[in-house]
Design a protein around this ligand. Structure first.
Ligand code: ANZ
Length: 830
């Protein structure tokens, strides 16, 4: 017998598949139902690595599965090919980012070719192609028209190493840059934003429908990121200032206990109040502001830090009791949350209490909070502990005697009656900062006035003038310096319109998360130069039925895609409002418990593993290592073990001695039952991502079949063929080459990948059994083991036939029988 040789098998089938192109599906599809299965597209930073191998293996298992279940499956691939790493690598190596990027794409494509995920290659896209980013610009202009793209000057997160702004999402919890690791500082710049905050409620509320379809962890991360708080907006008058100042509070019930106000030092209000403060107060404020700007956002939110602040030399009027309260500035109040100013209630808010104790400001209890014994909690001023819990309102005029929740509602009514406040919500979510001062991205299609007559004016580039092409990098200094390298491309930047007026192009490029926020739509029309996507095709295939990718994208990419999908829905292009109906987050591939990296010297090279073991053994190893959500330690797996299993499976197919098309009915019953149980269980297991269990079941099936050949039925038994065919079909999800070769050995034509799964015959399945209790006059007399599918009549008959039951009945007459299948039969006697 010939021996299993993965290389020969790969060489045999790759050209056949490339000829057949079995995974290309037309937009129109066929009359089959449709599934759109997508893996998060790769970033071309070098060759594929083990993380890619894993992610693309799992996505491919699902794509192949749905094909086998009779669906038309769209499973495209593209490259997320703009972005900082390409540019930084290019600067380091002195090469053109374009060349570097496309060379890496070519290398990844070559690896994918061997690894053989079932992609529809006809739809391939690269976001750095003008044919793609033209539509990024189109999207930007749509957003601009709708007022969803706007420019404002604000404090931004600045990465001093990469010399670029970062979205909040790109700043890690320790205040460093996700990209460079540098400590992020604040800088005031005029930037482009997308108004994602307009969609905060929908982005939050629509998560509920994804429950059970997305990992719970991701849903929670999204919810926390949006961070909706409900409460009230209260307007405070400030003496000597015309306009009132709103504050956001979750506790309007505590208004009578507001004994001072605190303003964020870096807010416009603080700056304005400082101007009309005494010279001394103004100076102190200036110093304090400088100090504040050195603090990271994380430090400012650390409640344990000693409180600092300065008096702003102004007083506010509490709208409910007319009390005059001092206005302070302190860094624990953030400029960009709520209204950047708070009413401080030291008795019931710990940060306010710490501040009041530091600066000897009054503390007034307005909620009587008690312990379990009914004793009032000690006075916060003395104990140093603010009382935040539920209680009864005191010292609060019309709110006295109410409990917290009632008092919140009543306080809002009082404010509304007086016109000094209202119910309000606030969010942690900020608008999406999309401009970057870097070269390798989509140019923003906006022109700025460049002569006296149009200075300060902005104009959108006309749709017919798109794309605004990125100029060649030659001659541009790509090194980060705080302003975009494109500003120096003067020939590119200067535009004269038809009327002879001079304009200059916006030099910034777009955050690459714009590119990836809608790419899944472009796969339906990747070659179409007349529209971003074909709405008919997109609505026929979308939303994505199955999305797969890393949990590192739990917030940024998924939130932005959800937002842009909702915008495109509102613009009338999409029928659906959520892009990803189901999400699988795969774990990481580790080595000796640590993340693989070149610097740690523990990198397992995908290319060398692929060369040594072949695609199938790698894929089976990844699928078998554990639940796909868990991390895989490459030190603990056995690729050789997978290869041995594949060889065993392959030999079973080679040994089959019956003809293709033989009637399975007369085959060995035990083996047939085993095969049909596998066919019955595999779909549920795959749909619940239990790939490792399915591989284990395949291993078991191979062993059982081998035994039947050697010891029992023999190679000519039809049940052996039936099993081998089932193995080939299911194995094709994990080991497409081996399965294809088995399929050919079994006398079939390629490709097994399009073969529909044989149906499990219910008659051959071991039925689930249940225990049914039989009672006579309320006493349990017997327990019967019956099939779970038992009918009422069958259950009653079985109960009456029981000897124990007959003994209990004796010669008395039956008055009534109640049957609740499959649990209980209750017999009442006269
Ligand atoms: C008065 C009050 C009394 C408050 C009380 C709390 C307890 P979350 O839940 O995070 O939304 N706050 C409002 N804007 C702020 C800002 N820009 N920087 C720092 N703190 C701010 O918190 C809302 C509460 O945080 C608000 O309710 C406000 O303090 C404070 F017994 O108002 B509260």
């Amino acid at each position: 017998a010939d021996s299993y040789d993965f290389q020969a098998i790969q060489d045999r089938w790759l050209p056949v598949w490339e000829e057949l192109k079995p995974f290309e599906v037309p937009n129109a599809g066929s009359d089959k139902p449709k599934k759109y299965v997508l893996d998060m597209f790769p970033y071309p930073s070098g060759d594929l690595h083990m993380g890619h191998a894993e992610a693309f293996c799992f996505g491919d298992v699902l794509a192949r599965y749905w094909r086998g279940r009779g669906y038309d499956v769209l499973h495209p691939i593209g490259w997320d090919s703009f972005g900082l790493p390409a540019e930084n690598a290019a600067i380091k190596r002195g090469v053109d980012p374009r060349e570097w990027t496309y060379a890496n794409i070519a290398q990844q494509k070559a690896s994918f070719r061997i690894y053989a995920p079932s992609f529809d290659w006809s739809r391939v896209l690269h976001t750095s192609d003008p044919e793609y980013y033209k539509w990024n610009q189109w999207l930007f202009l749509k957003m601009y028209e709708k007022g969803l793209a706007y420019r404002k000057a604000s404090w931004v997160n600045w990465d001093p190493v990469d010399q670029t702004v970062l979205a909040n999402e790109q700043v890690l919890a320790d205040g460093t840059s996700e990209r460079s690791g540098a400590v992020v500082v604040k800088k005031k710049l005029t930037q482009w934003y997308f108004r994602i905050t307009d969609y905060a409620d929908r982005l939050l509320d629509d998560l509920d429908a994804l429950e059970g379809h997305w990992p719970a962890k991701v849903l929670n991360m999204q919810r926390n990121w949006i961070g909706r708080s409900t409460g009230a907006e209260v307007e405070f008058e400030i003496e000597g200032r015309e306009a009132k100042v709103p504050v956001f509070t979750t506790r309007p019930d505590t208004l009578y206990g507001a004994t001072f106000m605190v303003v964020a030092p870096d807010s416009d209000l603080a700056a304005e109040l400082a101007v009309s403060a005494s010279p001394e107060a103004r100076m102190q404020f200036q110093e304090y502001l400088t100090e504040t700007q050195r603090q990271s956002e994380i430090d400012r939110q650390n409640a344990d830090r000693p409180k600092t602040g300065v008096f702003l030399d102004h007083f506010a009027i509490n709208p409910v009791n007319g009390e005059r309260i001092p206005v302070w500035a302190s860094d624990y109040v953030l400029a960009d949350y709520g209204h950047g100013a708070i009413m401080a209630v030291p008795a019931h808010d710990q940060r306010d209490l710490d501040f009041a104790r530091e600066f000897e400001l009054p503390v007034r209890v307005v909620v009587d909070v008690r312990d379990e014994t009914g004793e009032s909690l000690p006075d916060p001023l003395e104990s140093g502990v603010a009382t935040a819990g539920d209680g009864v309102l005191v010292n609060s005029g019309p709110l006295d005697g109410l409990r917290k929740a009632e008092a919140i509602a009543r306080a809002i009514e009082v404010l509304e009656e007086r016109g000094t406040g209202r119910a309000a919500k606030t969010y942690r979510l900020r608008d999406w900062l999309i401009s970057r001062q870097r070269y390798w991205g989509t140019p923003i299609p906006i022109l700025h006035g460049a002569e006296e007559g149009n200075a300060g004016e902005m104009r959108a580039v006309g749709a017919s003038e798109l794309p605004v092409r990125l100029p060649a990098s030659e001659g541009l200094d790509l090194k980060p310096k705080g302003s975009s390298p494109l500003g120096a491309a003067t020939e590119w930047a200067s535009v004269t319109d038809a009327a002879g007026t001079a304009w200059t192009r916006d030099p910034d490029t777009m955050d690459t998360f714009v590119d990836s926020s809608w790419y899944y739509l472009r796969f339906l029309s990747s070659q179409d130069d007349t529209q971003a996507f074909d709405p008919t095709a997109v609505n026929a295939w979308g939303p994505i039925d199955q999305y797969a990718g890393g949990v590192e994208h739990a917030i940024l990419h998924l939130l932005y895609s959800r937002f842009i999908t909702k915008v495109l829905h509102d613009l009338g292009y999409l029928d659906f409002e959520e892009p990803f109906s189901a999400l699988l987050n795969q774990g990481m591939v580790l080595q000796d418990g640590a993340k693989m990296s070149k610097s740690k010297g523990n990198l397992v090279e995908f290319a060398s593993e692929l060369g040594e073991h072949g695609a199938d053994a790698l894929r089976v190893t990844l699928a078998f290592a554990g639940p796909p959500e868990d991390d895989i330690d490459w030190a603990d797996v056995s690729v050789q073990g997978s290869a041995k299993f594949l060889a065993r499976a392959w030999r079973v197919a080679g040994d089959v001695a019956s003809e293709a098309g033989v009637d399975f009915a007369g085959g060995d019953a035990t083996l047939r039952k085993h095969t049909h149980q596998l066919l019955a269980d595999a779909p549920g297991l795959i749909e619940h991502y239990k790939f490792n269990v399915v591989v284990a079941r395949l291993m078991d099936q191979v062993n059982v079949t081998r035994k039947a050949i050697d010891a029992g039925a023999g190679a000519a038994d039809p049940a052996v063929r039936e099993s081998a065919e089932a193995i080939a079909v299911i194995l094709s999800l994990f080991a497409p080459y081996t399965a294809e070769d088995m399929w050919a050995k079994l006398g079939h034509r390629p490709t097994v990948a399009l073969e529909e799964w044989p149906a499990a015959d219910p008659a051959l399945l071991v039925e689930d059994e249940v225990t049914m209790v039989v009672q006579v006059n309320g006493k349990v007399r017997d327990r019967l083991t019956l099939p779970a599918s038992v009918t009422e009549a069958e259950a009653e008959a079985a109960a009456r036939a029981s000897e124990a039951v007959q003994r209990a009945i004796g010669d008395r007459e039956i008055a009534n029988v109640i049957v609740r299948v499959p649990k209980i039969v209750s017999i009442a006697l006269r």
